[in-house]
Design a protein around this ligand. Structure first.
Ligand code: UD1
Length: 362
Protein backbone atom coordinates (compact mmCIF):
# COMPACT_ATOMS: atom_id res chain seq x y z
CA UNK A 1 0.00 0.00 0.00
CA UNK A 2 0.96 3.60 -0.58
CA UNK A 3 2.26 5.96 2.09
CA UNK A 4 0.51 9.27 1.43
CA UNK A 5 2.08 12.49 2.74
CA UNK A 6 -0.16 15.51 3.26
CA UNK A 7 1.70 18.82 3.03
CA UNK A 8 0.19 22.27 3.22
CA UNK A 9 2.34 24.99 4.75
CA UNK A 10 5.95 26.09 4.63
CA UNK A 11 7.22 24.26 7.74
CA UNK A 12 5.63 20.99 6.54
CA UNK A 13 7.88 20.97 3.48
CA UNK A 14 11.04 21.26 5.55
CA UNK A 15 10.01 18.38 7.84
CA UNK A 16 8.81 16.04 5.10
CA UNK A 17 11.87 16.16 2.84
CA UNK A 18 14.06 13.74 4.87
CA UNK A 19 11.13 11.37 5.53
CA UNK A 20 10.22 11.10 1.85
CA UNK A 21 13.88 10.55 0.98
CA UNK A 22 14.38 7.82 3.59
CA UNK A 23 11.19 6.01 2.54
CA UNK A 24 12.35 6.21 -1.07
CA UNK A 25 15.57 4.52 -0.04
CA UNK A 26 13.53 1.69 1.47
CA UNK A 27 11.49 1.21 -1.70
CA UNK A 28 8.16 2.41 -0.26
CA UNK A 29 5.38 3.43 -2.64
CA UNK A 30 4.60 7.07 -1.87
CA UNK A 31 2.27 9.87 -2.89
CA UNK A 32 2.31 13.56 -1.98
CA UNK A 33 -0.85 15.62 -1.67
CA UNK A 34 -0.27 19.36 -1.43
CA UNK A 35 -3.33 21.02 0.06
CA UNK A 36 -2.43 24.45 -1.30
CA UNK A 37 -2.75 26.09 2.13
CA UNK A 38 0.41 27.97 1.18
CA UNK A 39 0.52 28.85 -2.49
CA UNK A 40 2.83 31.83 -3.16
CA UNK A 41 5.93 30.78 -5.09
CA UNK A 42 8.07 32.00 -2.18
CA UNK A 43 5.95 30.19 0.42
CA UNK A 44 5.76 26.86 -1.39
CA UNK A 45 7.33 26.02 -4.74
CA UNK A 46 10.82 27.30 -3.92
CA UNK A 47 10.92 24.86 -0.97
CA UNK A 48 10.05 21.89 -3.19
CA UNK A 49 12.78 22.84 -5.63
CA UNK A 50 15.48 23.58 -3.08
CA UNK A 51 14.78 20.57 -0.87
CA UNK A 52 14.38 18.07 -3.71
CA UNK A 53 10.82 17.19 -2.71
CA UNK A 54 8.93 15.31 -5.43
CA UNK A 55 6.38 17.30 -7.40
CA UNK A 56 3.06 16.81 -5.57
CA UNK A 57 0.76 14.22 -7.18
CA UNK A 58 -2.03 16.73 -6.74
CA UNK A 59 -2.50 20.24 -5.39
CA UNK A 60 -5.93 20.82 -3.86
CA UNK A 61 -5.61 24.60 -4.05
CA UNK A 62 -7.59 25.24 -0.86
CA UNK A 63 -5.86 28.61 -0.35
CA UNK A 64 -6.58 31.03 2.47
CA UNK A 65 -9.67 31.72 4.52
CA UNK A 66 -11.07 31.75 8.02
CA UNK A 67 -10.38 28.64 10.08
CA UNK A 68 -13.81 27.18 9.38
CA UNK A 69 -13.77 27.78 5.63
CA UNK A 70 -10.18 26.66 5.20
CA UNK A 71 -10.58 23.55 7.34
CA UNK A 72 -13.85 22.65 5.62
CA UNK A 73 -12.25 22.91 2.18
CA UNK A 74 -9.33 20.81 3.41
CA UNK A 75 -11.63 18.09 4.75
CA UNK A 76 -13.63 17.82 1.53
CA UNK A 77 -10.60 17.84 -0.76
CA UNK A 78 -8.58 15.42 1.36
CA UNK A 79 -11.42 12.95 1.82
CA UNK A 80 -11.83 12.71 -1.96
CA UNK A 81 -8.13 12.01 -2.35
CA UNK A 82 -8.10 9.40 0.40
CA UNK A 83 -11.09 7.60 -1.05
CA UNK A 84 -9.62 7.64 -4.56
CA UNK A 85 -6.10 6.61 -3.53
CA UNK A 86 -6.89 4.27 -0.59
CA UNK A 87 -3.48 4.74 1.03
CA UNK A 88 -2.11 2.28 3.56
CA UNK A 89 -1.04 5.18 5.81
CA UNK A 90 -1.46 8.97 5.83
CA UNK A 91 1.52 10.94 7.17
CA UNK A 92 0.90 14.42 8.58
CA UNK A 93 3.42 16.99 9.83
CA UNK A 94 3.48 19.62 12.54
CA UNK A 95 0.49 21.64 13.65
CA UNK A 96 -1.05 23.56 10.77
CA UNK A 97 -4.66 23.40 9.63
CA UNK A 98 -3.75 20.95 6.87
CA UNK A 99 -2.37 18.60 9.54
CA UNK A 100 -5.51 18.29 11.65
CA UNK A 101 -7.82 18.18 8.63
CA UNK A 102 -5.88 15.29 7.09
CA UNK A 103 -5.85 13.36 10.37
CA UNK A 104 -9.60 13.81 10.81
CA UNK A 105 -10.50 12.90 7.22
CA UNK A 106 -8.28 9.79 7.37
CA UNK A 107 -9.55 8.64 10.75
CA UNK A 108 -13.18 8.76 9.58
CA UNK A 109 -12.21 6.52 6.65
CA UNK A 110 -10.36 4.13 9.00
CA UNK A 111 -7.05 4.94 7.34
CA UNK A 112 -4.16 4.90 9.83
CA UNK A 113 -2.38 8.20 10.53
CA UNK A 114 1.24 8.92 11.44
CA UNK A 115 1.92 12.30 13.04
CA UNK A 116 5.45 13.65 12.67
CA UNK A 117 6.27 16.10 15.50
CA UNK A 118 3.64 14.73 17.88
CA UNK A 119 3.32 15.64 21.55
CA UNK A 120 4.56 19.25 21.56
CA UNK A 121 2.46 21.37 23.93
CA UNK A 122 2.37 25.07 24.73
CA UNK A 123 -0.70 24.52 26.97
CA UNK A 124 -2.08 27.65 25.35
CA UNK A 125 -5.38 26.84 23.69
CA UNK A 126 -5.63 30.35 22.26
CA UNK A 127 -3.06 29.22 19.67
CA UNK A 128 -4.67 27.52 16.66
CA UNK A 129 -1.61 25.26 16.51
CA UNK A 130 -2.22 23.92 20.04
CA UNK A 131 -5.77 22.94 19.08
CA UNK A 132 -4.43 21.27 15.93
CA UNK A 133 -1.70 19.39 17.82
CA UNK A 134 -4.00 18.00 20.52
CA UNK A 135 -6.65 16.79 18.12
CA UNK A 136 -4.17 15.31 15.66
CA UNK A 137 -2.44 13.29 18.38
CA UNK A 138 -5.76 11.83 19.53
CA UNK A 139 -6.37 10.61 15.99
CA UNK A 140 -2.88 9.31 15.22
CA UNK A 141 -1.89 5.64 15.23
CA UNK A 142 1.79 6.58 15.20
CA UNK A 143 3.01 9.52 17.27
CA UNK A 144 6.54 10.33 16.11
CA UNK A 145 8.10 12.67 18.65
CA UNK A 146 11.05 15.03 18.38
CA UNK A 147 11.73 15.61 22.05
CA UNK A 148 11.51 13.46 25.21
CA UNK A 149 9.02 15.61 27.13
CA UNK A 150 6.48 15.00 24.37
CA UNK A 151 6.17 11.39 25.53
CA UNK A 152 4.84 12.52 28.91
CA UNK A 153 2.40 14.96 27.34
CA UNK A 154 0.95 12.24 25.15
CA UNK A 155 0.77 9.72 28.02
CA UNK A 156 -1.08 12.31 30.14
CA UNK A 157 -3.68 12.61 27.39
CA UNK A 158 -4.20 8.86 27.33
CA UNK A 159 -2.22 8.03 24.19
CA UNK A 160 -1.10 4.38 24.56
CA UNK A 161 2.69 4.18 24.90
CA UNK A 162 3.02 1.64 22.08
CA UNK A 163 1.95 4.36 19.63
CA UNK A 164 4.73 6.73 20.71
CA UNK A 165 8.18 6.69 19.10
CA UNK A 166 11.00 9.11 19.96
CA UNK A 167 12.67 9.58 16.57
CA UNK A 168 14.40 12.98 16.72
CA UNK A 169 13.80 16.07 14.65
CA UNK A 170 13.44 15.89 10.85
CA UNK A 171 13.62 19.70 10.54
CA UNK A 172 17.16 19.36 11.88
CA UNK A 173 17.88 16.59 9.33
CA UNK A 174 17.12 19.13 6.62
CA UNK A 175 19.24 21.77 8.35
CA UNK A 176 22.29 19.51 8.72
CA UNK A 177 21.96 18.04 5.22
CA UNK A 178 22.02 21.53 3.70
CA UNK A 179 24.57 23.29 5.95
CA UNK A 180 27.10 23.55 3.11
CA UNK A 181 24.49 25.30 0.95
CA UNK A 182 23.84 28.12 3.48
CA UNK A 183 26.01 30.80 1.91
CA UNK A 184 25.74 33.96 4.00
CA UNK A 185 27.84 36.04 1.61
CA UNK A 186 25.69 35.04 -1.35
CA UNK A 187 22.50 35.82 0.60
CA UNK A 188 24.02 39.13 1.71
CA UNK A 189 24.70 40.14 -1.88
CA UNK A 190 21.43 38.80 -3.26
CA UNK A 191 19.19 40.42 -0.63
CA UNK A 192 21.32 43.42 0.22
CA UNK A 193 21.90 42.52 3.88
CA UNK A 194 24.06 44.66 6.16
CA UNK A 195 27.35 43.41 7.57
CA UNK A 196 26.03 42.84 11.11
CA UNK A 197 22.32 42.41 11.72
CA UNK A 198 19.55 40.99 13.85
CA UNK A 199 17.24 38.74 11.81
CA UNK A 200 13.56 39.11 12.77
CA UNK A 201 10.39 37.24 11.78
CA UNK A 202 6.88 37.93 13.06
CA UNK A 203 3.69 36.14 11.95
CA UNK A 204 1.76 34.71 14.95
CA UNK A 205 -1.89 35.76 15.02
CA UNK A 206 -1.38 36.86 18.66
CA UNK A 207 1.34 39.29 17.53
CA UNK A 208 0.18 40.59 14.17
CA UNK A 209 -3.61 40.23 13.84
CA UNK A 210 -4.53 43.06 16.21
CA UNK A 211 -3.31 46.45 14.86
CA UNK A 212 -2.61 47.87 18.34
CA UNK A 213 -0.47 44.85 19.33
CA UNK A 214 1.31 44.97 15.98
CA UNK A 215 2.02 48.69 16.46
CA UNK A 216 3.45 48.09 19.94
CA UNK A 217 5.73 45.39 18.54
CA UNK A 218 6.87 47.64 15.72
CA UNK A 219 7.88 50.21 18.33
CA UNK A 220 10.06 47.63 20.11
CA UNK A 221 11.53 46.41 16.80
CA UNK A 222 12.51 50.02 16.08
CA UNK A 223 14.15 50.00 19.51
CA UNK A 224 16.20 46.98 18.46
CA UNK A 225 17.05 48.78 15.20
CA UNK A 226 18.50 51.61 17.31
CA UNK A 227 21.05 49.02 18.57
CA UNK A 228 21.82 47.19 15.31
CA UNK A 229 20.51 46.78 11.80
CA UNK A 230 17.40 44.59 11.68
CA UNK A 231 16.45 42.47 8.66
CA UNK A 232 12.86 41.24 8.58
CA UNK A 233 11.55 39.01 5.77
CA UNK A 234 7.79 39.49 6.15
CA UNK A 235 5.35 36.59 6.08
CA UNK A 236 2.23 37.55 4.11
CA UNK A 237 0.15 37.26 7.27
CA UNK A 238 0.65 40.48 9.19
CA UNK A 239 2.44 42.23 6.37
CA UNK A 240 -0.30 44.84 6.08
CA UNK A 241 -0.61 45.41 9.84
CA UNK A 242 3.14 45.68 10.39
CA UNK A 243 3.63 48.08 7.49
CA UNK A 244 0.59 50.14 8.51
CA UNK A 245 2.26 50.48 11.92
CA UNK A 246 5.31 51.95 10.21
CA UNK A 247 7.60 48.90 10.30
CA UNK A 248 9.81 50.20 7.48
CA UNK A 249 9.96 53.74 8.86
CA UNK A 250 13.35 53.27 10.52
CA UNK A 251 16.59 53.71 8.57
CA UNK A 252 18.14 50.55 10.05
CA UNK A 253 15.11 48.30 9.70
CA UNK A 254 15.25 46.42 6.40
CA UNK A 255 12.01 44.84 5.20
CA UNK A 256 12.40 41.93 2.76
CA UNK A 257 10.10 39.53 0.91
CA UNK A 258 9.85 35.98 2.34
CA UNK A 259 13.09 34.15 1.54
CA UNK A 260 13.51 30.63 0.22
CA UNK A 261 14.86 27.95 2.53
CA UNK A 262 18.53 28.25 1.60
CA UNK A 263 18.75 32.04 1.70
CA UNK A 264 16.71 32.22 4.88
CA UNK A 265 18.92 29.76 6.76
CA UNK A 266 22.00 31.48 5.34
CA UNK A 267 20.68 34.74 6.77
CA UNK A 268 19.97 33.07 10.13
CA UNK A 269 23.42 31.55 10.21
CA UNK A 270 24.99 34.96 9.60
CA UNK A 271 22.85 36.84 12.14
CA UNK A 272 24.18 38.33 15.37
CA UNK A 273 20.85 37.36 16.96
CA UNK A 274 17.33 36.32 15.97
CA UNK A 275 14.02 37.83 17.11
CA UNK A 276 11.03 35.65 16.25
CA UNK A 277 7.66 34.17 17.11
CA UNK A 278 8.19 31.12 14.85
CA UNK A 279 8.28 27.55 16.16
CA UNK A 280 10.81 26.03 13.80
CA UNK A 281 13.26 28.90 14.09
CA UNK A 282 13.62 28.26 17.83
CA UNK A 283 14.94 24.83 16.86
CA UNK A 284 17.13 25.94 13.96
CA UNK A 285 18.89 28.66 16.03
CA UNK A 286 19.50 26.08 18.75
CA UNK A 287 21.55 23.98 16.33
CA UNK A 288 23.21 26.93 14.58
CA UNK A 289 24.19 28.50 17.91
CA UNK A 290 22.56 31.84 17.18
CA UNK A 291 20.94 33.61 20.17
CA UNK A 292 17.15 33.54 19.79
CA UNK A 293 14.67 35.87 21.46
CA UNK A 294 11.17 34.45 21.11
CA UNK A 295 8.46 37.07 21.51
CA UNK A 296 5.83 34.81 23.03
CA UNK A 297 4.54 34.09 26.56
CA UNK A 298 5.16 30.34 26.14
CA UNK A 299 6.76 27.75 23.90
CA UNK A 300 5.86 24.19 22.90
CA UNK A 301 9.60 23.67 22.42
CA UNK A 302 11.13 24.15 25.91
CA UNK A 303 14.10 21.97 24.97
CA UNK A 304 15.34 24.93 22.89
CA UNK A 305 15.62 26.86 26.17
CA UNK A 306 17.15 24.07 28.31
CA UNK A 307 19.51 22.78 25.59
CA UNK A 308 19.69 25.68 23.18
CA UNK A 309 19.96 29.41 22.63
CA UNK A 310 16.30 30.32 23.03
CA UNK A 311 14.75 32.78 25.52
CA UNK A 312 11.14 33.82 25.88
CA UNK A 313 10.71 37.58 26.05
CA UNK A 314 7.75 39.89 26.59
CA UNK A 315 7.50 42.69 24.01
CA UNK A 316 8.68 45.25 26.59
CA UNK A 317 11.80 43.15 27.33
CA UNK A 318 12.81 42.89 23.72
CA UNK A 319 15.16 45.87 23.57
CA UNK A 320 17.07 45.19 26.83
CA UNK A 321 17.31 41.47 26.02
CA UNK A 322 18.56 42.23 22.51
CA UNK A 323 21.16 44.57 23.98
CA UNK A 324 22.36 41.74 26.27
CA UNK A 325 22.38 39.16 23.48
CA UNK A 326 24.34 41.44 21.17
CA UNK A 327 26.89 42.18 23.89
CA UNK A 328 27.30 38.49 24.79
CA UNK A 329 27.94 37.36 21.20
CA UNK A 330 27.06 34.04 19.67
CA UNK A 331 27.65 30.71 21.41
CA UNK A 332 28.50 29.34 17.95
CA UNK A 333 31.58 31.56 17.91
CA UNK A 334 32.88 30.35 21.28
CA UNK A 335 35.14 27.34 21.77
CA UNK A 336 32.68 25.46 24.01
CA UNK A 337 30.72 22.77 22.16
CA UNK A 338 26.99 23.40 21.95
CA UNK A 339 24.72 21.15 23.97
CA UNK A 340 22.06 19.87 21.60
CA UNK A 341 18.81 18.00 22.22
CA UNK A 342 19.02 14.19 22.04
CA UNK A 343 18.56 12.69 18.55
CA UNK A 344 18.71 16.03 16.74
CA UNK A 345 21.47 14.38 14.79
CA UNK A 346 20.31 14.34 11.17
CA UNK A 347 18.95 10.78 11.34
CA UNK A 348 15.30 11.40 12.24
CA UNK A 349 14.13 10.72 8.66
CA UNK A 350 15.64 7.22 8.61
CA UNK A 351 14.20 6.47 12.07
CA UNK A 352 10.75 7.64 11.00
CA UNK A 353 10.99 5.58 7.83
CA UNK A 354 11.88 2.48 9.87
CA UNK A 355 8.84 2.94 12.14
CA UNK A 356 6.60 3.47 9.11
CA UNK A 357 7.97 0.42 7.24
CA UNK A 358 7.45 -1.75 10.32
CA UNK A 359 3.88 -0.44 10.73
CA UNK A 360 2.88 -0.87 7.09
CA UNK A 361 4.24 -4.43 7.02
CA UNK A 362 2.11 -5.36 10.03
C1 UD1 B 1 0.28 28.80 9.03
C2 UD1 B 1 0.14 27.95 10.29
C3 UD1 B 1 1.19 28.34 11.31
C4 UD1 B 1 2.58 28.31 10.70
C5 UD1 B 1 2.62 29.14 9.44
C6 UD1 B 1 3.97 29.02 8.77
C7 UD1 B 1 -2.21 27.32 10.71
C8 UD1 B 1 -3.38 27.53 11.59
N1 UD1 B 1 -1.15 28.12 10.93
O1 UD1 B 1 0.03 30.13 9.42
O2 UD1 B 1 1.15 27.45 12.38
O3 UD1 B 1 3.50 28.83 11.64
O4 UD1 B 1 1.61 28.66 8.53
O5 UD1 B 1 4.12 29.89 7.71
O6 UD1 B 1 -2.23 26.45 9.88
N2 UD1 B 1 -0.93 33.98 2.67
C9 UD1 B 1 -0.45 34.39 1.45
N3 UD1 B 1 0.22 33.49 0.68
C10 UD1 B 1 0.41 32.20 1.03
C11 UD1 B 1 -0.09 31.78 2.27
C12 UD1 B 1 -0.75 32.68 3.09
O7 UD1 B 1 -0.60 35.55 1.10
O8 UD1 B 1 1.04 31.46 0.28
C13 UD1 B 1 -1.63 34.96 3.55
C14 UD1 B 1 -3.11 35.01 3.34
O9 UD1 B 1 -3.49 36.34 3.51
C15 UD1 B 1 -3.64 34.19 4.48
C16 UD1 B 1 -2.63 34.44 5.59
O10 UD1 B 1 -1.40 34.60 4.90
O11 UD1 B 1 -4.94 34.55 4.84
C17 UD1 B 1 -2.55 33.33 6.57
O12 UD1 B 1 -2.28 32.07 5.94
P1 UD1 B 1 -2.71 30.69 6.68
O13 UD1 B 1 -2.30 29.55 5.85
O14 UD1 B 1 -4.12 30.77 7.10
O15 UD1 B 1 -1.91 30.70 8.02
P2 UD1 B 1 -0.42 31.22 8.36
O16 UD1 B 1 -0.53 32.49 9.11
O17 UD1 B 1 0.43 31.16 7.15
Amino acid sequence: GTVLHVLGARPNFVKAAPVVRALDGRGAAQAVVHTGQHYDERMSEIFFTELGLPEPDVNLGVGSGGHAAQTAALLVGLEEQFVARAPRLVVVYGDVNSTVAAALAAAKLHIPVAHVEAGLRSFDMTMPEEVNRRLTDQLADLCLVTSPEAIGHLANEGVPVDRIHLVGNPMIDTLLANLDRFDTERARAEHNLPERYVLATMHRPANVDDPATAAELVGHLHGVADLADVVIPVHPRGRAALLAAGLDRHPRLHVREPLGYLDFLAAVRGAAAVVTDSGGLQEETTILGVPCLTVRPNTERPITISHGTNRLVAPAELVPEARKALAAGRPADSAAPLRTPPLWDGQAGPRIADVIMEFTRG
